[in-house]
Structures are given as structure tokens and as C-alpha cells.
Write a protein that binds this ligand. Structure first.
Ligand code: ATP
Length: 626
């Protein structure tokens, strides 16, 4: 229900923008990239328009020639009948062929342009969406983003391929027809052109209505997709809690609203076609009536009247197509609005234009060098890098609802710190802030003395590796899931797997490192996914390692295996470990106890037990439980 309400709101917000043709300009840069093809398509338009407009004239001339009427052009009149007829029929056939061949070729060109524009917009949208801060994803349902990236973008492609170019093509055809009509008989030409005025007013009104209805349809489609996505992703919970019927009912309601809105667009679309059909018939009747009257007064020949009856039909053909193209354009406007909404979404967390500092510049030079230095470090020396400092950091996801309150601490290079505290205390939020997925509302975070806002995000995130409770895997092979697209040799991959004690597990897989994993790694157990996440972190050789409930999904045996690997991995690196099971963090250097976003206790395991505060209480409770 809440999603639906937001549909209404966002529709109202966007309502004022209806008819804003400036939106169309947003597409011009994409059109410009296909300038050559567009120019060719426009050139073909002129040829096709002439071929279409000339046909009734030729038919009129054939009739006039046979009936020896004065409206026959002298060129044909001064020849034998058979010769004049042959030339006219030849010309007619030529025009028909030109029209057929060029229209086919133009159709192909337009589809091609449409596809290229669609691909470019889709790519830009993807790049933009993946650069947006996590905050955007917190408030935007996935289905909504997917709808915009897929069907909205598809509609945009049609704006050019069938919409805009089609409208220009029909405009040319109508201009050519109007020009020829006036050159033959101005009274009938005026009659036909006057009929266009009421059509424009009525069609314009209907199109406005269509646009409004279409906006709602697109929004409803987003809601529909969001629900679909939620049910597919959460299928386990849906089935385990027997939510199938309940969810089906919710989906039925959304589906109904979507269909109702779609019905409205169909109504307005059909109304446009019906109006045009009626007016086209009235126009032909008008031509017959006035033409017949002129014919009786010998002011018009049969040949000219026949040509005008054909013109009356042909003039309304482009109009009928106009209506369809306007519908495409109107849907296109809706799509542009929705796509630009996302493209205009500011990238909240950006790299500075000229990052003043880089951890690597300051200390070693480049990432490869730092890795070499890390390898070379003696295990028993204290590392120089990896200091984390929070300076009076405050943070709220929403307004003033602070979940981190005045955090002020320093974690020294090589130190292992555990974050503990009840659910919702803010432990994961600290990690998200440190990785710059969100930015502090107040205060600053420094890594090795450098404000993380000064660092390029890629560098910051390569400097630290995060292992979360749920290891996320991409569709692809095991190797690719360890390297994640970075260039590492096979030996390095094997080395990382060995370091984290998971090499034997990988080798047991059917194709070892080449085993294909399904999206989100559904052909692996949670523990197995987690093991890969460890290798992924190890290969990056990070200076700071963050474990957010990383071993919670492992069985005792595997955890012991990983723990010994971890001890090696953690040596010489700064580490932040979030754990609910306090037994796993007993040996860390310091434990930070958090409560509602505040650091209320800190010290070693023994010190905190002696203090007898919250840590001691939690510890004793867990001891009782075991
Ligand atoms: N994306 C979000 N948008 C709004 N509020 C959030 C978001 N993520 C977390 N919160 C809120 O921030 C507070 C701290 O959450 P956080 O995930 O940091 O807690 P945590 O200590 O890691 O909890 P847990 O031990 O359960 O993982 C909670 O009250 C939570 O409701």
C-alpha cells in the first residue's frame, strides 16, 4: 500500500512537467552520436514524401488524359494517347517502387538508430546507478530501478525510431500533399486543410489525457516489478511462512490497478484513432459534395476530383500515423521523465576532482608497491600503516535520528579491535562509514592520517577488505569470484585459497577453480560462500581487514580451519571484528562496547570483565547459555 501511495505522490510531483518538450532535448546528445544515420534517414524521408504525394496526381492525370479533359498537362496532351498513358503508368509504377523500397530501408535504419540510442542510454543509466550512494538504494525499490533500466529505456528508443522521425516523415508527406493540392485546385485544398484544425484540438486533448494515464501505468508497472522481485528473492520466506496466498492477493490488487490504468491509455489511444477515422470520412464526403458541385458547374474535371478524393485519403493516412507516433512520443516523454529522474539523481559520494592525498602516494607510491611492502614486512614488527581514527563522528540514516553518536577513537596500525553490543547498536554502521558507503553527518574519519573524503573511493576500498556475514557471489566461475575482475595470476588465486585453507574445498568442486557458480551462489552452502569471501579478501592483501559476523555461518570444524588461516591473515594488519559470539573475540587487543551508537566501554577482555559493565553482563549471559 505504501508503495502505491508513493506512486500517487510522485505522479503529482511530476504532473507540472507534462508537455515539457524540453525533456526531448535530453535525448539530443544521444541522437547526435548517430548523426550520420539520422541524416540519411531524413534524406530518405523527403524522397518518400514526394513519391507518396505524386501518386494521386498521376492517377488524376491518367483519368483526365483518357477523358481528354482540359486539366491534362500539355506534355501528355500533345502525344498519342497510348504513349501518354505508358509514361504516366511508368511514372506511377516508379513512384510505387521508390516508396516501397525506400520505406523498407528507412524502417531498418530507424530501428538500428533506436537500438543504438537505447543501448547508449541503458549504459549511461547503469554506470550512473552503480555510482549512486547506498542511501539511494535504501529508499528505491529494486523493481523500480529495473523497470527504468529495461522497459522505460526501450520506450525511449522508440521515441526516435518510430516517434520523432515518423512525425517528421509524415509532416513532409503532408507538406508535399498540401503543396500539390494547392497547385491543382485551391478551394478543395483549403477545405481539406481546414479540417485539420478541429482534429488538432481534439487529438491534442486526447494525447494529454493519454500521457497522464501512461505515467500512472509506468509507475504501477514499477510497483508490480518490485513486488515480483521481492517475492522471487524472498521465495524461501514466502514458502516457509506460507505467504503464497497473501502475497498472491497483494499481487492481484497491484495487477488490477495496473490493468485499470492500462485500460485508460487504451481508451485514449483508441479515441484518437476513432476521431481521425470519422474526420477522414467527413473530409472525403466534403470533397465529394463540393467537388460534385464544382463538377456540375464545369469548374472541375473528373480527373482533378479523383485526385482530390485520393488526396483526402492520403492526407489522413499520415495523420492517423501521427496519432500513433504521438502516442509513442507521449509514452517516450513519460519514459524520459522517469529515466532522467534517475540520471539527475546526484552522486552523493564522489571522488574529489584532484584528490589531495593518497595513502599510497604518501607512503609508498602505488598499490602494487604497497603490496610488495606488505609481503616483505617482518611478521613480528609493528606495521606502520593501517591506523583508523574516528573524530567526533555523528551519523544518521534519516534526519536527526542519530545511530552513531560522537564516536571518537583511534585504532592503531596492526591492532585488532572487536565491536560488540546489542542488535542495532551501530556496529555495521561504523563499518559502512569507514568504507564510505555513507558519509558522517558530523566529524571525520581518517585512515593513516588522511581524511577518507580526500581519497579516491577505489583506493580506499582496495586498502581494506570487508567480509560480511552473507558472502555474495556473482554468476561465473570460482576464479572470477575470487578475483572479481581484477588481474591476478592463477598462482596468486591458488595462493590466496591456500592461505585461507580453502584450496582443498575448491579442488573438491567438480571443475575446481573453473566450476561455474550460479547467481548469488545458490549452488553453494552459506559456509562455502563464506570461504570464497575469505579468499577474495586474502588475494587483495589489504592493510585493514574487517570481519562483520564473518564466521557466524560456519560450522565449528570449518570455523577452526578459517580461524587458523585468519590468524595468519590478520598478522601485520589492522582488523575490526564484529562478533556476537564473544568467545571468538577473546584474544583481540581491544574490545569496543557500543550501545545505541555510543562507545560505552573499551579495553581488553580481562579488563572489561573486571570492570563488570555491559560486556561482563553479556559475557556472563553467553557463558550461562553454553
Ligand atoms: N539503511 C538503513 N536505513 C535506516 N536505518 C538503518 C539502516 N541500516 C541500519 N539502520 C538503523 O541503524 C541502527 C544501527 O544499525 P546497525 O546495522 O549499524 O546495527 P548493528 O549494531 O550492526 O546491529 P546487528 O548486530 O543487528 O547487525 C539500527 O537502529 C538500524 O535500525
Amino acid at each position: 500500500m505504501s508503495i502505491y501511495q508513493s506512486v500517487k505522490k510522485s505522479y503529482k510531483k511530476n504532473r507540472w512537467r507534462h508537455n515539457d518538450w524540453r525533456l526531448f532535448l535530453r535525448l539530443l546528445p544521444y541522437a547526435r552520436k548517430n548523426g550520420g544515420l539520422l541524416a540519411l534517414a531524413l534524406f530518405l524521408i523527403v524522397l518518400i514524401a514526394v513519391a507518396v504525394a505524386v501518386q494521386p496526381l498521376l492517377i488524376g492525370q491518367i483519368i483526365s488524359l483518357i477523358r481528354k479533359e482540359p486539366s491534362t498537362y500539355e506534355f501528355f496532351r500533345n502525344r498519342p494517347l497510348w504513349q501518354g498513358l505508358n509514361i504516366l503508368q511508368g511514372l506511377l509504377l516508379g513512384m510505387i517502387l521508390i516508396r516501397l523500397i525506400l520505406t523498407g530501408f528507412q524502417g531498418y535504419l530507424l530501428q538500428k538508430i533506436g537500438q543504438q540510442i537505447t543501448a547508449a542510454i541503458r549504459q549511461d543509466l547503469f554506470n550512473h546507478v552503480t555510482s549512486l550512494a547506498v542511501r539511494f538504494f535504501d529508499r528505491t525499490p529494486v523493481g523500480k530501478i529495473i523497470t527504468r533500466l529495461t522497459s522505460d529505456v526501450e520506450v525511449l528508443g522508440d521515441v526516435f525510431s518510430t516517434g520523432a522521425i515518423g512525425i517528421i516523415s509524415n509532416l513532409f508527406t503532408m507538406l508535399a500533399i498540401a503543396g500539390l493540392m494547392f497547385s491543382i485546385q485551391w478551394q478543395l485544398a483549403c477545405l481539406l486543410l481546414l479540417m485539420l484544425l478541429p482534429i488538432t484540438v481534439i487529438v491534442n486533448y486526447l494525447q494529454q489525457q493519454y500521457r497522464q494515464a501512461n505515467y500512472k501505468v509506468r509507475e504501477e508497472l514499477s510497483v508490480l516489478n518490485s513486488q515480483l522481485q521481492e517475492n522471487i528473492v524472498g521465495i524461501n520466506v514466502v514458502q516457509l511462512f506460507q505467504r503464497e496466498k497473501f502475497n498472491a492477493e497483494m499481487f492481484r490488487n497491484t495487477n488490477k490497478r495496473y490493468t485499470q490504468q492500462s485500460d485508460k491509455t487504451i481508451f485514449y489511444d483508441s479515441a484518437v484513432s476513432a476521431t481521425l477515422e470519422w474526420i477522414a470520412l467527413i473530409a472525403i464526403a466534403g470533397v465529394l459534395w463540393i467537388g460534385g458541385w464544382l463538377l456540375l458547374g464545369k469548374n472541375l474535371t473528373f480527373g482533378t476530383l479523383s485526385a482530390f478524393i485520393l488526396y483526402a485519403q492520403r492526407l489522413f493516412d499520415p495523420l492517423r500515423e501521427f496519432a500513433e507516433q504521438f502516442t509513442v512520443i507521449q509514452s517516450g516523454f513519460t519514459a524520459i521523465e522517469r529515466v532522467t529522474d534517475i540520471l539527475d539523481e546526484p552522486i552523493e559520494i564522489r571522488d574529489r576532482g584532484n584528490p589531495r592525498f593518497s595513502i599510497f602516494d604518501a607512503q609508498f607510491g602505488y598499490i602494487d608497491e604497497i603490496e610488495a611492502n606488505l609481503e616483505a614486512q617482518e611478521l613480528n614488527t609493528t606495521p606502520e600503516l593501517g591506523e583508523i581514527r574516528f573524530e567526533h563522528v555523528w551519523f544518521a540514516y534519516k534526519d536527526d535520528d542519530y545511530v552513531i553518536k560522537d564516536l571518537d577513537f583511534t585504532i592503531h596500525p596492526g591492532e585488532k579491535v572487536a565491536l560488540v553490543g546489542p542488535t542495532g547498536a551501530g556496529k555495521s554502521s561504523i563499518i559502512r562509514l569507514l568504507c564510505r558507503l555513507y558519509e558522517p553527518t558530523q566529524g571525520r574519519i581518517l585512515v593513516d592520517g588522511v581524511d577518507i573524503r580526500e581519497l579516491p573511493q577505489a583506493e580506499l576500498r582496495r586498502y581494506m577488505a570487508v567480509i560480511l556475514q552473507e558472502g555474495f557471489l556473482f554468476a561465473g566461475d570460482v576464479k572470477g569470484n575470487i578475483t572479481l575482475g581484477d588481474r591476478y595470476s592463477f598462482e596468486e588465486i591458488q595462493d590466496a585459497a591456500q592461505k585461507t585453507n580453502i584450496a582443498s574445498f575448491i579442488e573438491q568442486l567438480p571443475l575446481g577453480y573453473d566450476t561455474q557458480l550460479r547467481q548469488r551462489g545458490t549452488n553453494l552452502s552459506s559456509g562455502q560462500k563464506q570461504l570464497l569471501a575469505f579468499a577474495r579478501a586474502a588475494i587483495r592483501n589489504p592493510q585493514i581487514l574487517i570481519l562483520d559476523e564473518a564466521t557466524a555461518s560456519l560450522d565449528v570444524g570449518t570455523e577452526a580451519l578459517i580461524q587458523s588461516a585468519l590468524n595468519e591473515l590478520l598478522a601485520q594488519r589492522t582488523a575490526i571484528i564484529i562478533a556476537h559470539r564473544l568467545s571468538t573475540i577473546r584474544n583481540v587487543d581491544r574490545i569496543f562496547v557500543l550501545k545505541r551508537g555510543e562507545l560505552i566501554e573499551q579495553g581488553s577482555h580481562e579488563e572489561l570483565l573486571q570492570q563488570g559493565g555491559m560486556y561482563a553482563t553479556l559475557h556472563n549471559l553467553q557463558m550461562l547459555g553454553t
